[in-house]
Write a protein that binds this ligand. Structure first.
Ligand code: NAD
Length: 269
């Protein structure tokens, strides 16, 4: 029997790709498409919204009714909406796949609380390539150590509302962990004015916003006489959407807890 999927944020850039990825997946069935209360998209046909043809499923804002008919909820919205949905999913016993970025410590606490009752995959980036890149970064950082300065540069489209990207921050966490540092203490977010010389124990972040860039990330390891760069470029949101639908199949088999895409891909080693 098909796994029934609900998509929250169905009208968003990712939501429309998630509808398409669900419809193309042999094991999945689109059972609910949710948007925010007051959205002009309420009542619109979900298939048509994603350019997939009519499917007689309308966009709704009724989370409770939707959860009664889905096996997994995929949520790519805003932090406030995501944590409210996590509480609702915990109450209804519905596993979640979450792509929302920009969560603060309180949001993360609320997510962990929900995850004591349901399995949740929360990843800043659902692409296979980025998750493999995280592994490469850990290897490079361990090999190069403190002799190399580390800088993370990312570029995204003009509509993105959080910075640095969740993926850049995840890269920072992996780098800091591999170098025996604490990211909260060593991160430098942008530079301006008389900054003084670079402190070798810091990790720098630079953010570029503009146009329709889907997501570029480069980590530079800068040494004396040589420089190494590891770059990932996403060219289609379908790569994230397919990672999320793959996670939806996986998460149903898991006990309660918080997982990420490295768990889904079996990269945890
Ligand atoms: P978007 O603004 O295009 O879409 C978000 C949608 O969520 C909008 O349609 C909005 O109306 C809807 N929404 C807001 N509040 C809601 C609520 N309470 N209930 C239901 N729907 C609600 O944004 P986007 O580009 O699709 O990105 C969404 C999120 O996903 C962002 O946090 C972004 O950083 C993240 N993202 C993650 C990945 C990943 O691989 N993890 C990839 C791309 C984007």
């Amino acid at each position: 029997m098909a796994i029934r999927i609900g998509i929250c944020g169905a009208g968003g850039r990712m939501g429309r790709n998630l509808i398409a990825a669900t419809l193309e997946h042999a094991e999945l069935e689109l059972a609910a498409a949710l948007e925010r209360p007051g959205s002009s998209l309420l009542g619109v046909d979900a298939g048509e919204l994603a350019g997939q043809g009519r499917m007689d499923l309308t966009v709704t804002d009724d989370v409770e009714a939707a959860l009664a008919g889905v096996d997994v909820l995929i949520d790519f919205t805003l932090p406030e909406a995501t944590v409210a949905n996590a509480a609702a999913c915990a109450g209804a016993g519905v596993p979640m796949v979450i792509g929302t970025t920009g969560l603060d410590d309180e949001h993360k606490r609320q997510l962990r609380e929900a995850a004591t009752r349901i399995p949740v995959v929360h990843a800043a980036n659902f692409s296979v390539g980025v998750n493999l890149t995280l592994r490469l970064l850990a290897t490079a950082a361990r090999a190069l150590g403190d002799d190399f300065d580390v800088e993370v540069i990312e570029a995204h489209h003009r509509h993105k509302i959080d910075a640095p990207s969740g993926t850049a921050l995840r890269m920072g966490e992996v780098l800091a962990h591999s170098l025996g540092r604490n990211l909260d203490e060593c991160a430098i977010y942008g530079r301006e004015g008389r900054t003084g010389e670079r402190d070798s124990k810091t990790i720098g972040f630079e953010t570029i916003r503009g146009g329709d860039v889907v997501g570029d990330h480069t980590v530079m390891f800068l040494g004396l006489g040589e420089r190494m760069e590891i770059t990932h470029r996403a060219s289609s949101r379908m790569t994230f959407a397919r990672g999320a639908t793959r996670s939806a199949v996986w998460v149903r088999q898991q006990p309660p807890g918080i997982y990420d895409m490295e768990d889904v891909l079996g990269l945890r080693g």
